[in-house]
Design a protein around this ligand. Sequence first.
Ligand SMILES: CC(C)(COP(=O)(O)OP(=O)(O)OC[C@H]1O[C@@H](n2cnc3c(N)ncnc32)[C@H](O)[C@@H]1OP(=O)(O)O)[C@@H](O)C(=O)NCCC(=O)NCCS
Length: 166
Amino acid sequence: MLPKLTIRVARDEDAEAILQIHYAAVHEFGLRCYTQEILDEWSSEVNSIRIEKLRRTMIENPEGELWIVAESNEQIVGFGLIVPLNNELRACYVSPASTGKGVGQAILKELESQALKRGVDFLQADASLNAEGFYVRNGYSIASRGQHLLRSGRKMDCVLMRKYLS
Ligand SMILES: CC(C)(COP(=O)(O)OP(=O)(O)OC[C@H]1O[C@@H](n2cnc3c(N)ncnc32)[C@H](O)[C@@H]1OP(=O)(O)O)[C@@H](O)C(=O)NCCC(=O)NCCS
């Protein structure tokens, strides 16, 4: 576990750190399972347009998303996202420098606890193949295998993982 790991609800000013972690994690871990073209589409370089778009989404929050961040030494080292209305676990990403130290598991536990508090009895994630083992290790089962259709028309293999909460 990292020193003084704390988890809190994300604020819109965390948008840039969230996007930087997303970019770094996708490009560090994704190459095991996907081509560079797919990774570039999954997470393009962080710029002011992306940051502003995410900030606006977090403020307006049309889907009722719950964003959380994990911090160590006042630095954001990971983030997670659920959409309780859809039973959806939409994201769990950890900075490559902080991986393998329990951050992902701590984020997942907090998301599951927040989901339960909102009356959500299961969560499911359309997970990337490189994260499949992480979800299995944390009690998720494979519901089905499928593909995301990316904007370019490329297809990205993914796996629907589900966990009943209690
Ligand atoms: C997957 C990810 C969130 C894991 O975060 P992490 O902080 O390194 O994970 P933890 O240290 O909390 O690991 C918890 C447990 O899961 C295991 N684990 C972590 N990643 C794993 C993987 N890819 N495959 C198999 N097991 C994994 C760990 O070994 C650990 O097991 P242990 O308790 O027996 O030691 C992180 O590597 C990441 O951000 N990956 C890229 C982003 C991504 O694809 N996210 C999912 C999008 S759907």
